[in-house]
Design a protein around this ligand. Sequence first.
Ligand code: VTB
Length: 317
Amino acid sequence: MNKAATGMILTQIAQTATEVAAIASARLRGFGRKNDADQAAVDAMRRSFQDAPFAGKVVIGEGEIDEAPMLYIGEELGAGGIAVDIAVDPLEGTKLCAHDAPNAMTVVALAPKGGLLHAPDMYMDKLAIGPGYPPGLIDLDLSPTENVTRLAKAKGVPVSAIRACLLDRERHHGIIEELRRAGAGVRLIPDGDVAGVFWTTEAARSGVDIYFGSGGAPEGVLAAAAIRCAGGQMQARLKPETPEEEERARKMGRDVHAKLTLDQMVSGDVVFAASGVTHGSMFEGVHFEGDGAHVDSLVWDSFTGRRTRIRSVWAQA
Ligand code: VTB
């Protein structure tokens, strides 16, 4: 199958999956039941993959087979067709959804088999910027100060016009202090670093130029898919915290502490889709109006280079 046709099929599958998951979890916004909201998203997403015209296999999912009955790593889904790696975060920001707080979303990345890093569930250090900068501008081995200074220079603005984004965690206090000393603005988010990373791809709209800090490695690969589609830059490094995690990371067959490039996380073409559950910097969140559920999504496709922003209305029974 040619690239354009593969991209077309995968965008349809990814869009449907994030939309149905967003509608299902949006019904549970604000009730404080994050696991129920997550389950609703998982169920809806899984059903949509079951009927889809592909031979999908989950490489980033809800966990290992013994800890997740659905969308577990290795689960095979689909009605048959091209072999595809599936990466999902059915509800990114379960707590945000449970609190009806901004920026909960559903996320999927699809790539031809072998295209996505099978990241183990542990922390990963991440660094990302959007498109339009010279290659190699940012580097995880440089200090935060050096990274924001280079970025400001490349953007042609003072450092004070650069806005960094990080998860609001104690482990990031050192970086936050340093960034503030360097003169950069800092946006601290309670959860949801997939959004934090992809905001850099639309800096004018989101107000975020650069993403720093550690979060889930699976979320890192999903975010890398977005960066790949938008043409931005990203580096990452696994952060195993126990001997068991070291072992798991080593099983991936690489130097555990080596920097991961964008190509190592997403090796070829990919489709990235995300739908808003609650309102946020990039999405309106699901609206239920009359008999329809209105869903706001981004569906990006590196096969054709198309990045689509879509507002769908699903008729509700
Ligand atoms: C990270 C981040 C996610 O949860 O996994 C975070 O990648 C959990 O981090 O986007 P802590 O262990 O520091 O709480 C999210 O923010 C939401 O799932």
